[in-house]
Design a protein around this ligand. Structure first.
Ligand code: TMP
Length: 198
């Protein structure tokens, strides 16, 4: 299976993915844990470009979208598709839903632009997606506590409210695939919610 994990900053995705990874490995499954943007050396370079704060030149929204998909094309073809073809389970920290939530709902880019990219460059969608949902302020407090903020983390709460509503839209539109988890609970409780679906 191909499982993705989504949510705004600081909702505990990394902790949940790690727990699910350990759980599936303990059952004897062959599991690949990966992330977007990133997941290959080249895609990780694109990630650095996307996340770094550049006060001299603002990144255009279109550039941001295209870089996300450049990284995704590399990652999908080099890591995700070969792993699935080899019968492995892929746990991916973010995938195309993040582009809908951040670039469309958050930045305001049209769904047509995203659709064009998905239709042409994304041959495989996740079988299952966990959306970790928690109040924006809670996540932002957790993200701030981690230290220096990246280019996305520096956005205001209003931006993340739009991103969150983007995820909400997806959870309604693709109710059979995108499952909301209450991420304001403890890490163990969130894991228990996810296990019920798994
Ligand atoms: P991370 O902090 O979860 O590793 O993700 C890096 C940032 O990239 C996060 O702020 C969300 C953003 N992002 C997008 O805006 N669009 C995308 O398609 C992806 C995969 C991530």
């Amino acid at each position: 299976m191909f499982i993705s994990f989504e949510g705004t900053e600081g909702v505990g995705k990394t902790t949940l993915i790690r727990k699910i990874y350990d759980y599936l490995v303990s059952l004897g499954q062959d599991v690949v844990l990966t992330r977007e943007p990133g997941g290959t050396p080249m895609a990780e370079n694109i990630r650095s470009l996307l996340l770094s704060v550049n006060n001299e030149e603002k990144m255009c929204n279109d550039t941001e979208l295209l870089l996300m998909y450049a990284a995704r094309a590399q990652h999908l073809n080099q890591v995700i598709l070969p792993a699935l073809a080899a019968g492995k389970t892929v746990l991916c920290d973010r995938f195309t839903d993040a582009s809908f939530a951040y670039q469309c709902a958050g930045r305001g880019l049209s769904e047509e632009k995203l659709q064009l990219l998905n239709d042409n460059f994304v041959s495989k969608m996740p079988d299952f997606t966990f959306w970790l949902d928690a109040p924006i302020e809670l996540g932002m407090t957790r993200a701030r506590a981690r230290g220096e903020l990246d280019r996305f983390e520096q956005e205001k709460a209003a931006f993340f409210e739009k991103v969150r509503s983007g995820y909400e839209t997806l959870s309604v539109r693709h109710a059979e695939r995108v499952k909301r988890l209450d991420a304001s609970q403890t890490a163990d409780q969130v894991f228990a919610q996810a296990l019920a679906y798994l």
